[in-house]
Design a protein around this ligand. Structure first.
Ligand code: UD1
Ligand code: CA
Length: 449
């Protein structure tokens, strides 16, 4: 069995995305581009992996260390081209087994699927020395073109900037994803020069070099939506859209009803059960789990939360990290919940803020109720027992505990614990002055005349 080494190139500058943040960290569906590439590769049988980063890319290196602790990180001080970056990778790998192969992935090609990578690996296992993944581009501008000779043999990749008018008309493009017999890569890479429009060392020149040596070179085709390269913000948006469509399709295949799927934005880790209904315009941050039967109404925003079976959320609800919503709970419009446990069947129907709290089973929180969880220095918890009732427009000043079955009168400001079964009330007594208005108005009209 051959050993497969992997080199991921992520040292390029973010020139065309025009951000100070490295391109590898731009996210689609809640996951950085480079993390998508690593995830796809992690499902292969990889022996050793090197990620090439550039100067000032410490956050990229942190991401690599978190996701792939065994990865070797190597820095390319100057972005001299993809062949130069690959050479650095080979250097840190040292000699591999004589019959090993090297897979090269670009950190800006996030949509690749494992089964397609496996096809490329298989091409090398079956005797090719170089294998390239190609695709038919809707708009080939900017991509390297796959050049075939008059016999139809694949003989070179021509970069866009170096291509003739005729070559630019070719729509079969290089995805950038390539695999090599490691020995061939080691032998030929040092001979690649930089006499081209960009004055860069192009990894793509490996094709011409291998053909000149009479080695077996193979190209495989895949769909464009697996290999869109992210160079600009527009590319990022397009890659994001393709990823969203995949995630939406996956959710629907699992039995979720997305009424207008193109308006629902998911994360790679969103877990959506069967019989879930998601109305239009819902946004998922990372870490959301919807158990079966949940209904999420329009314009809701969910992050790091688990929503229990048959619960209803929204419209216009914001569920923030650290929140668990129980089975059959109802969270209504303009409700914000943060870092709280809302138990089975609890109802928080309208305009409320619940933070750092626990709300017991079947408890009802009225409109406009607020937990005052922050005193300007630290956060405090509010504990509300089961079967309690918090009247509208109440402020619960944490830390505070409301006992099981207790009742808070509307408009109360509660700063002391309320015992189970008690009525907690804190509001000014109502005064009524009989006939006041009549006297007031009569005085007013006399003064005018
Ligand atoms: C590259 C290919 C092109 C292909 C396209 C597919 C080359 C020369 N061209 O072009 O044929 O159609 O990808 O998307 O390979 N990088 C480094 N160090 C460098 C230069 C680049 O690590 O010195 C990294 C980048 O961070 C990026 C990847 O290599 O992740 C590709 O580089 P990029 O400059 O984006 O190449 P393209 O012009 O897109
Ligand atoms: Ca690119």
């Amino acid at each position: 069995m051959r050993q497969t080494d992997l080199i991921i190139l992520a040292a390029g500058k973010a020139t065309r995305v025009r951000t100070t943040r490295p391109k590898a960290l731009h996210a689609i569906a809640g996951r950085p581009l480079l993390a998508h590439v690593m995830t796809a590769a992690q499902s292969l049988d990889i022996s050793r992996v090197v990620v090439i980063t550039g100067p000032q890319m410490a956050p990229v290196e942190d991401l690599v260390r978190r996701q792939w602790p065994d990865a070797i990180i190597a820095r390319q001080q100057k972005a001299l081209g993809t062949a130069d970056a690959t050479r650095i990778g080979l250097e840190v790998l040292g000699q591999g087994l004589p019959d090993s192969m090297t897979l090269v992935l670009y950190g800006d090609t996030p949509l690749i699927e494992p089964k397609t990578l496996q096809r490329l690996v298989a091409a090398i296992k079956n005797g090719a020395q170089v294998a390239v993944l190609a695709f038919r581009a809707r708009d080939p501008a900017g991509y390297g073109r796959m050049i075939h000779d008059e016999t139809g043999a694949f003989v070179a990749i021509r970069e866009d900037a170096d291509a003739t008018e005729q070559e630019r008309a070719i729509d079969l493009c290089n995805s950038g994803i390539m695999a090599f017999g490691s020995k061939t890569l080691r032998n030929l890479l040092p001979h690649i020069g930089n006499r081209n429009a960009a004055c860069e060392f192009y990894l793509t020149d490996m094709i011409g070099a291998a053909v000149a040596e009479g080695l077996k070179v193979k190209s495989l085709e895949c769909r464009e939506d697996e290999v869109v390269g992210v160079n600009t913000q527009a590319d990022l948006a397009r890659a994001g859209e393709i990823m969203q469509n995949r995630l939406r399709a996956h959710a629907m295949a699992g039995g979720a009803c997305l009424i207008a799927p193109e308006t629902v934005f998911l994360c790679v880790d969103s877990q959506i059960g069967h019989d879930v209904v998601i109305e239009p315009h819902v946004i998922f941050g990372p870490g959301v789990v919807l158990e079966p039967g949940v209904v999420v109404r329009s314009f809701s925003y969910l992050e790091s939360t688990t929503i229990g079976r048959d619960a209803q959320i929204g419209p216009f609800a914001r569920i923030r990290p650290g929140t668990q919503i129980g089975v059959e709970a109802h969270i209504g419009n303009f409700v914000e919940i943060k870092n709280s446990q809302i138990h089975t069947g609890a109802k928080i129907g309208h305009v409320a803020y619940i933070g750092d709290s626990e709300v017991g089973e079947r408890t009802n929180i009225g409109a406009g109720a607020i937990t005052c969880n922050y005193d300007g220095l630290s956060k405090h918890r509010t504990l509300i027992g089961k079967d309690a009732f918090v009247g509208s427009n109440s402020s619960l000043i944490a830390p505070v505990t409301i006992g099981e079955g207790a009742y808070i009168g509307s408009g109360s400001v509660i700063s002391r614990d309320v015992a189970p079964g008690a009525l907690g009330l804190s509001r000014a007594r109502q005064v009524e002055k009989p006939g006041f208005m009549t006297r007031f108005l009569t005085r007013g009209s006399k003064a005018k005349s």
